[in-house]
Design a protein around this ligand. Structure first.
Ligand SMILES: C[S@@+](CC[C@H](N)C(=O)[O-])C[C@H]1O[C@@H](n2cnc3c(N)ncnc32)[C@H](O)[C@@H]1O
Length: 213
C-alpha cells in the first residue's frame, strides 16, 4: 500500500528535526499545570477502569510515554518517524516503542485501556480524521479512555522551517467543537474539553479533550 502523502511528509520532517525537537521542546515535567492535570486525570480514569495497556500515538521521543508510566500506567509508544522511535528507545530502554502509523495500528479490536494522542493528530488532514478516530475507537476496549491534546483552530499551516531545520510538512488545525463532533460521530462520549488561548494568535488555541468508548 502506498504511504499517504501527509504521512511521508511528517515522517521525513520529524526524522530531520528529532534530535533538536528533543533539545528544544519542554519535557512533560515542565509543561503548564493544566496540561499536566489533564494527563493526571487521564491516568486516573484509565487506572479506575482497570488499567490495561495505553498507546501513546505520535509519541515522538517518548518522554510523555515515560511520564504516563510514572503515573501508574502500562504505556507503549507508536510513531511514524524512525528517528523519533530510536531516540525514545535509547532514552527509555525499559519501554516499548513501535514505528508505525496511528491510522493503521495493527492492534486487535477492543484491547487497549487508553489512547493518548498528544500534539500529534494535527498532522492528519481534517478529511481523514473520521477514519483516524474510527481506528482509535476500534482498538479501545469498551470503557477505554482517550485523551487528545494539541493545537486547535481553523487553519492549515505549511511549515518550511522547524526546530532550526528546513522541512516541508503541514499542520491541519480543526476547531475544538468540530473535534468533539468527529469524536462523537466515531462513537466516543466526550466527557471534558479544556481550551487555553494561544498567547499571540487569537484564531488558535491549545485544547485537551477527554473521551471514552
Ligand atoms: C509535535 S510531535 C509530538 C511528540 C510527542 N507526543 C510529544 O508530545 O513530545 C508529533 C509527533 O507525531 C508523530 N506523528 C504525526 N502523525 C502521525 C501518524 N499519523 N502516525 C504516527 N505518528 C505520527 C510525528 O512523527 C511526531 O513525532
Amino acid at each position: 500500500m502506498t504511504e499517504p502523502a501527509h504521512l511521508a511528509a511528517v515522517r521525513a520532517a520529524y526524522d530531520t528535526v528529532a534530535a533538536d525537537y528533543l533539545r528544544l521542546v519542554v519535557p512533560p515535567e515542565g509543561m503548564d499545570p493544566v496540561s499536566r492535570a489533564m494527563l493526571a486525570a487521564f491516568a486516573e480514569l484509565v487506572r479506575e477502569t482497570g488499567g490495561g495497556e495505553v498507546a501513546d500515538l505520535g509519541c515522538g521521543p517518548g518522554r510523555v510515554t515515560a511520564y504516563l508510566t510514572g503515573l501508574g500506567l502500562s504505556a507503549f509508544g507508536v510513531d511514524v518517524s524512525g528517528e523519533m522511535v530510536a531516540l525514545a528507545r535509547r532514552a527509555h530502554p525499559q519501554l516499548r516503542f513501535l514505528q508505525g502509523a496511528m491510522d493503521d495500528l495493527g492492534v486487535p479490536d477492543g484491547t487497549l485501556g487508553g489512547i493518548l494522542a498528544w500534539y500529534s493528530v494535527h498532522h492528519t488532514p481534517a478529511d481523514q480524521l473520521p477514519a483516524l478516530f474510527a481506528e482509535f475507537h476500534r482498538v479501545l476496549a469498551p470503557g477505554g479512555h482517550l485523551l487528545l491534546g494539541g493545537h486547535a483552530g481553523d487553519v492549515r499551516l505549511d511549515h518550511a522551517r522547524a526546530y532550526g531545520h528546513a522541512v516541508s510538512y503541514a499542520s491541519y488545525l480543526v476547531p475544538v467543537a468540530r473535534l468533539v463532533e468527529l469524536l462523537e460521530a466515531a462513537g466516543f462520549s466526550v466527557t471534558a474539553r479544556v481550551e487555553q488561548p494561544h498567547p499571540q494568535e487569537e484564531t488558535r488555541s491549545y485544547a485537551c479533550l477527554l473521551a471514552h468508548r
